[in-house]
Design a protein around this ligand. Structure first.
Ligand SMILES: Cc1ncc(COP(=O)(O)O)c(C=O)c1O
Length: 336
């Protein structure tokens, strides 16, 4: 989450600086108000970062999302049309439930038409789609954003906590995060002192495992890993689609699958929620694989997220068989 803080801090610095205000020196009291605009499906860490930066969770303008969780570009246009002054916009590549991507080309055009705006893209796991030619189209437009976040502890499979902030405007990033203590010996030349770019002054060298993983995988290895995980997600969705009472709730565009289980003989929303949760509990107790539950647009759902480098087709097939078996066991205990 620290990476989101760095990006939002850089954006806050730049839009206020353009409005004639130095937020690092003078704080937010009396500063020109910043409008913050996020998609309705923004990850909770975006809201927490706003809370920590004094921009407030409740002051956010939430833009409606579509049925896959993508920010609606028309709704963004409407929201921005009513705003004045400095604006921070946060879009998303890779919804935590559906894997869906906000329509960045339209979002970029809309945000770039404003005189003083910063566009951030939360690509915690979706930004990795850019690493493979088969999924790169999903992040079209991302190169025109001001900042990105992504997590190496997700798809790169390195240890927690390896969040990455990428900011085009290095001066804004530095201004927002720099320590500048008199007793620190600053490096000269092109090297960077990490404490001047992140929210912590003391931290271990998280870059090493990231560098090692990238060197080991190489460009092709990374692309193959992303492709493989996404293919396995599709394989699991296909393996479950025809099971009794199963609905795949999302378009499987990345590595995420949302599954809902209707009880035998059908049932209302509450009964289907309860049955879905029972199936999830049964799978977790079974132990073949681990799958979490979520709530998607008011519906309980099972969340499949394939992101481990070592997962094979055989693992996916075993997992599908286990899910189907658990569903049957739970169904056998439900009066029809
Ligand atoms: C879309 C999205 N944004 C942000 C985050 C937060 O990432 P971190 O693990 O760096 O706190 C997540 C984590 O699941 C996520 O899925």
């Amino acid at each position: 989450m620290g990476e989101v803080l760095a990006n939002a801090g850089a954006g806050r610095h730049r839009v206020l600086e353009r409005a004639g205000w130095n937020v690092e020196e003078d704080g937010l009291t009396g500063a020109p108000p910043i409008a913050v605009v996020v998609g309705d499906e923004a990850h909770v860490t975006i809201h927490v970062s706003l809370q920590m930066l004094g921009l407030g969770r409740n002051r956010v303008h939430r833009v409606a999302a579509d049925e896959q969780g993508r920010m609606r570009a028309d709704a963004l246009r409407e929201t921005l049309a009513g705003l004045e002054g400095p604006v921070l916009v946060s879009a998303q590549s890779g919804n935590v439930n559906t894997g869906a991507f906000d329509p960045l080309p339209e979002i970029v055009d809309t945000v770039r038409a404003l005189p003083n705006a910063w566009l951030h893209v939360d690509g915690a796991f979706g930004l990795w789609a850019a690493a493979t030619p088969s999924f790169r189209h999903l992040v079209a437009g991302v190169a025109d954003a001001d900042s990105w976040t992504t997590d190496a502890h997700k798809w790169l499979n390195v240890p927690y906590d390896s969040g990455i902030a990428i900011v085009r405007d290095a001066a804004a990033h530095h201004a927002a995060m720099t320590l500048g203590a008199a007793y620190y010996v600053e490096t000269q030349g092109g090297e960077r002192d990490p404490y001047n770019w992140v929210a912590e002054s003391s931290r271990r060298a998280r870059g090493f495992p990231i560098y090692a993983a990238l060197r080991e995988l190489g460009r092709d290895g990374l692309a193959a890993m992303i492709d493989r995980c996404c293919a396995l997600a599709r394989r699991m969705a296909d393996g479950l689609r025809d099971a009794p009472g199963v609905t795949i709730l999302n378009d499987v565009v990345l590595n995420q699958v949302l599954v809902r289980f209707e009880p035998p003989g059908g049932g209302d929303a509450a009964a289907t929620d309860a049955f879905t949760r029972e199936v999830i509990a049964a799978i977790q107790a079974d132990g073949t694989c681990w799958l979490g539950g979520t709530t998607w647009h008011g519906m309980a759902a099972m969340r499949i997220s394939v992101s481990n480098w070592s997962t094979t087709e055989a693992d996916a097939d075993l997992s599908v068989a286990a899910i189907r078996r658990c569903r049957d066991v739970v169904a056998s205990g439900v009066a029809v």
